[in-house]
Every structure is written in structure tokens, then in C-alpha cells.
Design a protein around this ligand. Structure first.
Ligand code: UDX
Ligand code: ADP
Length: 463
């Protein structure tokens, strides 16, 4: 099958960058990204690519190159579905906030709506690709909806999970470790797999394209995220032990990372992992394991989340205890709000939970993040429903200038590892702060010796 038109439902952190790169690398394929959110589509179409809704290094240039040529952003969902031979589903699958599986299972209502819409609109055979992370066997549900509510046309369902990490999405898409495509073993299924393999082959070498059955592909995505998150919780667990014993977690991470069986990546102790994937996917895994009665498996993975929650809480407790057991009416400057550097995404960011704890203690939080707006910060806190929006707005100050956010602060807390924080004029920050001036480095990025020489009381994670 020769692919000339692709549609992607969902213009978010996954759909947007993935389709931009496919369009850049496959100029012969027309790629249309659709979304119900008209404001988001408008932003993707903004003449000035600085204003596209997602900040990812390098993405603006790719959008500028391909947009209008073979990359389009639109709210005309039906038209794009109708025209395309391949439809990617990249809509959000948040953790359920209601009903059965509340707080654990993935909410598949957006996926189901997409499937029903594809079924209704399609007048020719199509390949439907799951891009969003989904519970194992979701493809089966999508297939059942498509086959029973459609117009009698044939659908092939593929699972093609996204492994990009935010902040490095463009690089991850341009040179992926692997592309995973799961499909049906039937002849038709294999043809569909080949059609998608051909798309990726425009820039990815064949040995990096892995094909499996659908369930293996779906479960591999959950497993990869569970393993990655587990490494962070493992090193964070050791960070607490290091603090008690006088070991240094950075030294421990380096020592174990040189063992080629362990490897050096993803061993950075921190205030806790965030992001839209890790927690959601592990909760999902736990829920699936429980639903099969595999309680030991479920408990094993749940511990990764329990450890992460503990790490976030431990960070806020340390701040309160160190500031003489009270932060009431004290200004605490937050450097960073995003869940990691080089992204404006704040989903599940540790900063939200640490701020929430400190506001409970009546602190005033002064946030500076190079890419996150005040509106977003307040929306994140309001979402926790701990207090009224007005109370949150009164407790959170936001600044466009990092030095102003630190002025007269009792403490600075580093919540995101933005590179720029390292090179600030720390003497200037010290001069403007209350004394003793405390720094709580939740990312272990600052120079302890330099800061202590200036006069700061410096506290890192795990040393
Ligand atoms: C993750 C997976 O890496 C990616 O493959 C998948 O497709 C989506 O989920 P992402 O959440 O974008 O990507 O970012 P990632 O780099 O994995 O970081 C997740 C969180 O872990 C961040 O809060 C980060 O700061 C934290 N982290 C990461 C650490 O605390 N220590 C580390 O060593 C690595
Ligand atoms: P992700 O990180 O998985 O990309 P996002 O929330 O950033 O998640 O993006 C998902 C996008 O999918 C949102 O912009 C949302 O408006 C869009 N979306 C959800 N359901 C539908 C639907 N039925 N049709 C079109 N777009 C949808």
C-alpha cells in the first residue's frame, strides 16, 4: 500500500512533534494533525513559530520548514480522517478520576470517541495506529468498535508506542533507539505493518525497526516506562540512606553506573520524577496486574510510586525543618516549575506537590520558570483542590526575572534542572536574600563549594 496521506488525532506533546518530524522526513506524504481544541490548532498555525503551543528545542524550525508544504494543523477532524490511509491516535489517556479504577486505570474515553468517529467517517479501508500509551489489549477494544459501528470497510489496528522524552523529543524522533510496531499476524495485518515500516524507513535504519504482535508492543511501552521510573525511585531511595550515612549519592550513582550491566543513564537522584507518563503508566500496570489477581506483581510496581511520593514529601519536610520548623509567611523562591528542563510541560511536576505542602505551612512561594506561565502554575495547584483558587493566587507569586523571585527570600529551592540556573550570579542572589540564606537543590545541579564560599547554607539531595 502506498501511503500518501496521514492524519493524526491529537495535537499535543506526542502528536505535534511526531507528525512534524514525519512530515519533515517524508515530503511526499501529506500529514494533517487535527484537534478539537481550536485554540491549540490556532497556536500551531501561528505565523511566528516561537508561539507554537509546545516548547521543544528544534521543533520550531521543523514546523517552519514543513508547515504549509506537507504539514497541516486543522480542526476539521472528519475531513482529515476521510482522506488519510493511516490515522494515528495521539489523544490524552489520563488516569481515571471517577468510577471503577479511579486513581489507577487509564481513562479511555477520548480513545473510544476517536474510534467511533473514525468508524463513522471512513468510507475506505484504513490503518489505525495507537500512539498514545494504552493498557494492554486496548487495540482489541478499538477493533471491536471499528468493526461493529463502521461502514463495512476494513481496519487494521497497529500499536506504535512513542518513546520520545520531552525536552529531547526532536532528537529522539530523528534518531530513535528503536521504532516498535505491533500488528496482527494475518496477511492483512502484516501488510499494514509494512506500510508503517515504509514510512519510518525514510529516515530510520531497518535494524532499528522492530515488529511484534500487538500485545507485546502495548506491554513494552508500559514496561519501558516502569523500568525507567524504577531506576529513579531506586536511586532516590539510596539518596535518603546516603544522607544518613555520609555517603554521596552522586558518587554512588557514578560507581554503580560504570558497571556495564547497570549503565550510567537515569541514575540522577532528584526531588522526584514527574511528567505525564511514569506515574500514569505504572498505576495502569498496577491496575492491570490486580485485575488478573497478580497482587505481588501489583505491589512490587506500586512501590515505585510510593517511593516517589515519599521523595517529594521529604523535600518539603526538609525545607520546613531546616527553616527552624516554620515557613509561615516566609518567601521561598522556586527555580523551575516544569517537570524537567527544556519543556513547558508541568504535568505531575514535583514542584506542584512541594509547593502545595509549603503553602499548607503558610509559606509564600515565588516561582520563576523560563517557560511556564503564571496561569499554568495556578491551574496546576488549583487542580489539587487543596484550597480555593483565590488562596492559591495569594500564596503564589510569579516572576519573569529570577533575581526578583529570590529577593528577600529565606530560601531558594531548585525544582527543575534548567541549565541557566547554574550560571546565575549567585553572589547577587545571596546579597538580596534574608540570612542565613538557604539553598535546597532538588536537582543536584549547583556548585556546593562555590555556594558555601559565598555564604549559602547549601543542601542537596543525597549527600
Ligand atoms: C518518559 C520516557 O523517558 C519516554 O521514553 C516516554 O515516551 C515518555 O515518558 P518524559 O516523561 O518526557 O519521558 O521524560 P524523562 O526524561 O523520562 O523524565 C521523567 C522524569 O524523571 C522527569 O521529572 C525527570 O526530571 C526525572 N528524572 C529523569 C530523574 O529524576 N532522574 C533521572 O535520572 C532521569
Ligand atoms: P499527549 O502528551 O499524550 O500528547 P496532550 O494532552 O498534550 O497529550 O494532547 C492530546 C490532545 O488530544 C489534546 O490537545 C486534546 O484536545 C486532543 N483530543 C482529545 N480527544 C480528541 C478527539 N476526540 N478528537 C480530536 N482531538 C482530541
Amino acid at each position: 500500500m502506498k501511503i500518501t496521506k496521514i492524519c493524526c488525532i491529537g495535537a499535543g506533546y506526542v502528536g505535534g512533534p511526531t507528525m512534524a518530524v514525519i512530515a519533515q522526513k517524508c515530503p511526499h506524504i501529506q500529514v494533517t494533525v487535527v484537534d478539537l481544541n481550536a485554540e491549540r490548532i490556532l497556536a500551531w498555525n501561528d505565523e511566528n513559530t516561537d508561539n507554537i503551543p509546545i516548547y521543544e528545542p528544534g521543533l520550531d524550525a521543523i514546523v517552519a520548514e514543513a508547515r504549509g508544504r506537507n504539514l497541516f494543523f486543522s480542526t476539521e477532524v472528519d475531513k482529515a480522517i476521510d482522506e488519510a490511509q493511516i490515522i494515528f491516535i495521539s489523544v490524552n489517556t489520563p488516569t481515571k478520576t471517577y468510577g471503577k479504577g479511579k486513581g489507577m486505570a487509564a481513562d479511555l474515553k477520548y480513545i473510544e470517541l476517536c474510534a467511533r468517529q473514525i468508524a463513522k467517517v471512513s468510507k475506505a479501508n484504513k490503518i489505525v495506529v495507537e500512539k498514545s500509551t494504552l493498557p494492554v489489549r486496548t487495540a482489541e477494544a478499538i477493533k471491536s468498535i471499528l468493526d461493529t459501528t463502521g461502514n463495512g470497510v476494513q481496519f487494521q489496528i497497529l500499536s506504535n508506542p512513542e518513546f520520545l522524552a520531552e525536552g529531547t523529543a526532536v532528537q529522539d524522533l530523528l534518531s530513535p533507539d528503536r521504532i516498535l510496531i505491533g500488528g496482527d499476524p494475518s496477511v492483512e495485518g502484516q501488510k499494514a505493518i509494512q506500510a508503517l515500516v515504509d514510512v519510518y524507513s525514510n529516515w530510520v535504519s531497518p535494524e532499528k525497526i522492530l515488529t511484534t504482535n500487538v500485545w507485546s508492543s502495548e506491554l513494552s511501552k508500559l514496561t519501558a516506562n516502569a523500568f525507567l521510573a524504577q531506576r529513579i525511585s531506586s536511586i532516590n531511595a539510596m539518596s535518603e540512606l546516603c544522607e544518613k550515612t555520609g555517603a554521596d549519592v552522586n558518587e554512588v550513582a557514578k560507581a554503580i553506573g560504570m558497571d556495564s550491566r547497570i549503565g550510567s543513564k537515569f541514575l540522577k537522584a532528584s526531588v522526584g520524577f514527574g511528567g505525564s507518563c511514569f506515574q500514569k503508566d505504572i498505576l495502569n500496570l498496577v491496575y492491570i496486574a490486580k485485575s488478573y489477581g497478580l497482587n505481588e506483581v501489583a505491589d512490587y510496581w506500586e512501590q515505585v510510586i510510593i517511593m516517589n511520593d515519599h521523595q517529594k514529601r521529604r523535600f518539603s519536610n526538609t525545607i520546613v525543618q531546616t527553616l527552624y520548623n516554620t515557613v509561615a509567611d516566609k518567601k521561598i523562591a522556586f527555580l523551575g516549575w516544569a517537570f524537567k528542563k527544556d519543556t513547558n510541560d508541568t504535568r505531575e511536576s514535583a514542584a506542584i506537590y512541594v509547593a502545595n505542602d509549603l503553602v499548607n505551612e503558610q509559606a509564600k512561594i515565588a516561582v520563576y520558570d523560563p517557560k511556564v506561565s503564571r496561569k499554568k502554575i495556578l491551574a496546576d495547584l488549583d487542580y489539587l483542590e487543596t484550597r480555593t483558587a483565590e488562596e492559591n493566587a495569594n500564596s503564589i507569586l510569579t516572576f519573569d526575572d529570577p533575581y526578583l523571585s529570590c529577593e528577600k527570600a529565606h530560601a531558594v529551592a531548585v525544582l527543575t534542572e534548567w541549565d541557566e540556573f547554574v550560571n546565575y550570579d549567585w553572589q547577587k542572589i545571596y546579597d538580596g536574600m534574608q540570612k542565613p540564606a538557604f539553598v535546597f537543590d532538588g536537582r543536584n545541579i549547583l556548585d556546593k563549594t562555590k555556594l558555601e564560599k559565598i555564604g549559602f547554607v547549601y543542601q542537596a539531595i543525597g549527600s
